[in-house]
Design a protein around this ligand. Structure first.
Ligand code: FAD
Length: 432
């Protein structure tokens, strides 16, 4: 048995929802020609809501409230919307193999779905502790967070231990967001990670110190420079303690793990060109893979960044998923009018009452600016590479200020004197 479509979007996450909206806006298909296949049981939604609104103790976000594309202040695409637009949603369906030469996908239910053009939007999966040789990660009170089922498990784990102890494994942005959500739910948190400071891939020691102090003031304990070795469990198989390499023993009513992600490329390995360094499917500036009927977008795609002189990057951020998805649809429907993507990497996070944004690349020398100590902090950093601004970070900025730093990065503003840059701080971007 099988169905045939002109366009198939494989994956039902952020990129998929934005691609669907772009198809609908451009009107480049007829009813029944476009379908989305997703392992998830619901229409595409704004994944970042899972670690923010979804985990709030009161007034928590729930579907249909955060389907795409509300995260970009755009239309809310409910199941009804897809129906009205004549876009077929094939939900709760995993694709188990792909044949790029034959242009077919085989689903777990045994159906063969064929396409003329395929957009791969399979995103990424959370890395599991088992992959690092830690046994017992299947306990009911060990949580990850990538989809609604994970989020529901996390919510019920929090509810089962009011006032209890949680151990967060991993000090990246997901770990930081978990910790904030757990504290808001009145659970005591210890964060464990091997690096010297949190958000090691982006934060400078000075920026990290600010957030760690802030978290400490909210009751979070940091255990840095070590890793877990095993879990202690009770007779029902629940974790009761986390044992660290340095010998420490942390009591735990629940464990939340955020140790990174891997792009979901496996269906296409050996069929499409991969970017080994980035761990994703390699695409050109039109988001087209090595097969010209197949495009890849979002977390799974490694694409050239013009601003970084065409350097190939795979970005794990929502803004990149939205923009690459829209760009791919434009490339498919209007190839002659669509130039290569010119994307400015952008990443943000919101925790407690804090909120930061980062643009560009964190390479080169760093200059900090602003007030790190006030009760309403407003500070940041520039990364200066070869005499030009390569990246900028800002905490507590206004919309205009965030825009100003993004423009300074986009223009690669020239820096003559680092001391002067430090003195000027945000003013440099605003003058630009
Ligand atoms: P995804 O949204 O992951 O969607 C992939 C889809 O493909 C899923 O529906 C999956 O089920 C489906 N799929 C995969 N394989 C198959 C298959 N074989 N068959 C069928 N379906 C399949 N980014 C930020 O910039 N800021 C944030 O604050 C932020 N917060 C986040 C918080 C959380 C908890 C998470 C998990 C991510 C967060 N992100 C954030 C990252 C952002 O959500 C991702 O960059 C974005 O979701 C990527 O979109 P995507 O469509 O490429 O992948």
């Amino acid at each position: 048995m099988g169905r045939a479509f002109v366009y198939v979007i494989l994956g039902g996450g952020v990129a998929s929802g934005y691609a669907a909206l772009e198809f609908a806006r451009r009107g480049g298909y007829s009813r029944g020609e476009l379908c989305i296949i997703s392992e998830e049981a619901v229409a595409p939604y704004e994944r970042p809501a899972l670690s923010k609104g979804y985990l709030l103790p009161e007034g928590a976000a729930r579907l249909p409230g955060f389907h795409t594309c509300v995260g970009a202040n755009d239309e809310l695409l409910t199941t009804k919307w897809y129906k009205e637009q004549g876009i077929e949603l094939v939900l709760g369906t995993k694709v188990i193999s792909a044949d790029v030469r034959r242009k077919t996908l085989l689903t777990g239910t045994g159906e063969t779905i064929s396409y003329k053009t395929l957009i791969i939007a399979t995103g990424a999966r959370a890395l599991k502790l088992q992959e690092f040789g830690i046994q017992g990660s299947d306990a009911s009170n060990i949580c990850y967070l990538r989809n609604i089922d994970d989020a529901d498990k996390l919510v019920s784990a929090m509810k089962s231990c009011p006032g209890g102890n949680a151990v967060v494994i991993g000090g990246g942005y997901i770990g930081m967001e978990y910790a904030a959500a757990l504290v808001t739910n009145k659970i005591r948190v210890t964060m464990v990670f091997p690096e010297k400071h949190c958000m090691g891939r982006l934060f400078t020691p000075q920026i990290a110190e600010f957030y760690e102090n802030y978290y400490t003031s909210k009751g979070v304990t940091f255990v840095k420079g070590t890793v877990l070795t095993f879990f202690e469990k009770d007779t029902t198989g629940k974790v009761t303690a986390v044992i660290l390499k340095d010998g420490r023993h942390l009591p735990a009513d629940m464990v939340v793990v955020g140790i990174g992600i891997r792009a979901n490329t496996s269906l296409f390995e050996g069929q499409l060109m991969m970017s080994m360094e980035n761990g994703g499917i390699k695409v050109n500036g039109q988001l087209q893979t090595s097969d010209n009927s197949v495009y890849a977008v979002g977390d799974v795609a490694a694409f050239p960044i013009k601003l970084f002189d065409g350097d190939i990057r795979r970005l794990e951020h929502v803004d990149s998923a939205r923009r690459t998805a829209r760009h791919a649809v434009a490339s498919i429907l209007e190839p002659s009018k669509t130039r290569d993507i010119d994307y400015l990497p952008f990443f943000y996070s919101r925790v407690f009452t804090l909120s930061w944004q980062f643009y560009g690349d964190n390479v080169g020398e760093v200059v900090h600016f602003g007030d790190f100590t006030s009760s309403s902090p407003r500070f940041g950093a520039y990364w200066v590479n070869k005499g030009r601004i390569a990246g900028a970070f800002l905490e507590g900025g206004s919309r205009e200020e965030y825009e100003a730093i993004s423009i300074a990065v986009r223009r690669k503003a020239m820096v003559i004197n680092m001391g002067e840059l430090e003195k000027q701080g945000l003013a440099l971007a605003i003058q630009e």
